[in-house]
Design a binder for this molecule. Structure first.
Ligand SMILES: [Zn+2]
Length: 340
């Protein structure tokens, strides 16, 4: 029996790992563009394997891959008939891997692209989409639900209501695509304060920003709310000029998002430093989003003071043929060309 979400939050900083869609796209199982997780039904072993890699790297939560597995998106790719099977199977896969390492299981919903703050008729559409997705997740069995990459506070509040109607704890995070405000005009910290007041167990930010441009916003949120705070940046080197991954530009000026971001990727050391900084700010749930690899997650876990299953293979440069102190004279000669 694994500890509950509340118990884990009391015990110390939780470690999250996401970015399933980007990583499975790189591995050839998800189509960039629609980014619909058809892989859940078509190649379930690929999903299982990535869950297992994040679990071994120290993730405390297996997040069901139902990101964009909602009615609007499945209609786009002609698979609306697979909606229920895809959602149920994603939770089953997450549950089976979580059981291998005592992780929690999270249901997952995201921005729908159906919400329009100026058209109240869309609110019911969004509610119906979340209700069917999370109803299936609850039936399959999840410990809590993550509602993420929310552009609008209004849409996040609908998700929160649906999660609470199911009697589940909610982690609700906004996507900080703009400098200060949600798409419906709330300061991110105010949006989080409102979500907390409405009963979210964890509030915060995920996606879009890399560590450097995410930290100042999350610090402000930490100062504003009493409840647990989550932060899950993308592992890309965003900065004052390009504060989000969408604004990063390649050397030729072309947009790097979403499939040419590789040159901006954070190292494991960048992400380890971020994890420690977020913990020191008092963030309770530190994670990583689109672009994540298991090496990032393991480095973050170790920065939080943990030894995890994958730590067995953590670097030992003292055993590298060239970097060891007792490097042989023959091998040391290679260093001339390595330093050229
Ligand atoms: Zn993301």
């Amino acid at each position: 029996m694994s500890a509950s979400l509340a118990q884990r939050l009391r015990a110390g900083t939780m470690l999250g790992a996401e970015g399933y869609v980007f990583e499975l796209e790189r591995r050839g199982y998800i189509k960039a563009g629609p980014f619909v997780p058809e892989v859940v039904l078509d190649f379930p072993d690929a999903v299982r394997q990535l869950h297992r890699e994040f679990l071994r790297a120290g993730a405390d939560v297996m997040v069901a891959l139902t990101y964009y597995a909602h009615r609007e998106k499945l209609r786009d790719v002609g698979r609306e008939g697979d909606l229920e099977a895809m959602n149920r199977q994603a939770v089953r896969i997450a549950r089976s891997v979580a059981a291998e390492g005592g992780a929690l299981v999270a249901g997952n919903v995201c921005n729908t692209w159906a919400y329009d703050p100026d058209d109240p008729a869309t609110f019911a559409t969004v509610r119906a989409m979340y209700t069917e997705q999370l109803g299936w997740a609850a039936e399959e069995g999840v410990d809590f639900v993550i509602s993420e990459t929310n552009d609008y506070l209004g849409e996040a509040l609908i998700a929160l209501e649906v999660i609470q109607d199911l009697g589940l704890p909610a982690m609700v995070t906004m996507a900080p695509t703009q400098p200060r405000l949600t798409r419906d005009g709330y300061e991110y910290a105010d949006a989080c304060r409102i979500l907390a007041a409405e009963g979210a167990a964890i509030v915060g930010l995920n996606c879009d920003r890399g560590p450097r441009t995410m930290l100042p916003l999350i610090a402000r949120i930490r100062e504003t709310v009493e409840c647990a705070v989550a932060v899950q940046p993308v592992p890309y080197r965003t900065d004052a000029i390009a504060p989000t991954m969408e604004t990063l530009r390649g050397a030729d000026g072309s947009r790097a998002f979403p499939i040419a971001l590789d040159p901006f990727t954070c190292t494991r050391f960048d992400m380890a430093q971020f994890a420690a900084q977020a913990r020191d700010l008092g963030v309770n749930y530190v994670g990583i989003c689109c672009g994540a690899g298991p090496h990032h997650v393991r480095a973050m876990a170790e920065a939080l003071g943990r030894e995890v299953p994958a730590s067995k293979y953590s670097p030992s440069m003292d055993l590298h043929p060239m970097f060891r102190v007792d490097v042989s004279a023959k091998d040391a000669a290679f260093l001339h060309s390595w330093n050229a």
